[in-house]
Design a binder for this molecule. Structure first.
Ligand SMILES: *Cc1c(COP(=O)(O)O)cnc(C)c1O
Length: 383
């Protein structure tokens, strides 16, 4: 048997800096409430921006898909696992993102890793925002390409680096659309302009932008540059209330990924329930604008309330970072709020840079005014 001394040492070191983490199990009651240890809590930490995990139309679509096609897909997409809902969802996503074609992956993580590593290689250069999501970073590393990090949303720095590193067979600029831990929006119009000027492809990760900005269509639509972004990546797991990832792009690029992306080729396809739910969710975003509108209205309401409490905020997206810097302070705030019946998780390194620990507050379309008021009152008492 393995000697676990090394792992114990590592664990103790994490304990000392208050960075030990473990998964807690919450029993979801509604889109905005959970039960934990027998008590009900208000959930202010999820990415379920439109409340679709508990939407009746979405749930019914998942159940209907199980009835029609069973529980699992039983194979990878290129072997036996492609059921008829896949092409329907891929067509719907391509239409939704205003691109020629789309390809579904099992998670957003796998979409990033599989797409970047298939597309880019050792003769290529990737220009990556320093706060990009871990799955983008892992995809870049796996590709073997030269990785040039630029300062967060700093277009002067990006341009300088594009000019300085002029080589590369393929060149790619990659960015989160909405940054997951800060809630700010990448200047995609500027990035597209620099991509054209310096001959680089542009890829945007819309995990937190789909269903949220640009009438729910994401960052490219927000800036009106749908036709100028080469790769629009997204996830079915956040606003869309299901699980999965996708890439929208030109048809030839999608065909290339189908044949080269290892996370697509070598993993069992998503289940009918996952795809059925996602299909219903995308249709809701497209046909019923009230969900995205409600999200925007709740976001504006929370923003105003936070500013009144002296917490600097913008209403650009429903992600509100409350930065407290130290790990122990973030943990203590989170614990005090929990005693008041609110789940608002402390985000610590390695998810955010050292000394940038924070509470990450998110609002959804499903939160009521009373719930948002209760959170603001509790934050006021805490501060
Ligand atoms: C959550 C997230 C992902 C991963 O998506 P999953 O579907 O959860 O695997 C990718 N990129 C960003 C920016 C994310 O926030």
């Amino acid at each position: 048997m393995i000697d676990t001394t090394y792992f114990e040492k590592d664990y103790k070191a994490l304990e000392n800096i208050q960075q030990v983490r473990y998964p807690r199990e919450y029993v979801p009651l509604t889109a905005t409430t959970v039960q934990y240890n027998g008590r009900d809590y208000l959930m202010m930490a999820s990415n379920n921006y439109l409340g679709f995990t508990h939407n009746n139309a979405v749930k019914e679509a998942a159940l209907k898909a199980i009835e029609a096609y069973g529980t699992g897909s039983g194979g990878a997409r290129l072997t036996s696992g492609s059921h008829p809902l896949f092409s329907k969802l891929e067509q719907e996503l391509a239409h939704f993102k205003e691109t020629e074609s789309a390809i579904i992956f099992n998670t957003g993580y796998m979409a990033n890793v599989g797409t970047i590593s298939a597309l880019m290689g050792k003769n290529d250069i990737i220009f990556s925002d320093e706060l990009n999501h871990a799955s983008i970073i892992d995809g870049c590393r796996l590709s073997g390409a030269t990785i040039i990090r630029y300062a967060h949303t700093d277009m002067k720095d990006l341009e300088e680096k594009l000019r300085c590193y002029s080589g590369g067979f393929l060149r790619l600029i990659v960015t989160d659309g909405v940054f997951s831990m800060d809630g700010d929006i990448a200047p995609l119009d500027e990035i597209v302009r620099l991509g054209e000027k310096y001959h680089a492809l542009v890829m945007v990760d819309d995990a937190h932008a789909t269903g949220v900005i640009g009438h729910g269509k994401g960052t490219a639509h927000h800036f009106g540059v749908e036709t100028k972004v080469d790769i629009q990546l997204g996830t079915l797991s956040k606003s869309l209330g299901s699980v999965g990832g996708f890439v929208c792009a030109k048809e030839m690029l999608v065909k290339y990924l189908i044949n080269h992306s290892r996370s697509y080729i070598f993993s069992t396809a998503l289940s009918p329930a996952d795809i059925g739910a996602a299909l219903a969710a995308v249709e809701l975003v497209e046909k019923k604008p009230q969900y995205v509108k409600q999200l925007m209205s709740n976001t504006a309401y929370m923003c105003e309330g936070l500013i009144q409490l002296g917490i600097p905020s913008t209403a650009d997206t429903p992600i509100f970072p409350i930065i407290v810097h130290e790990n122990d302070k973030a943990l203590q705030f989170s614990k005090t709020l929990e005693e008041k019946g609110i789940i608002l998780s402390a985000i610590r390194p390695p998810t955010v840079p050292v000394n940038q620990s924070r509470l990450r507050l998110t609002v959804t379309a499903a939160h009521t005014k009373e719930e948002l008021d209760y959170v603001l009152t509790s934050l006021n008492q805490l501060l």
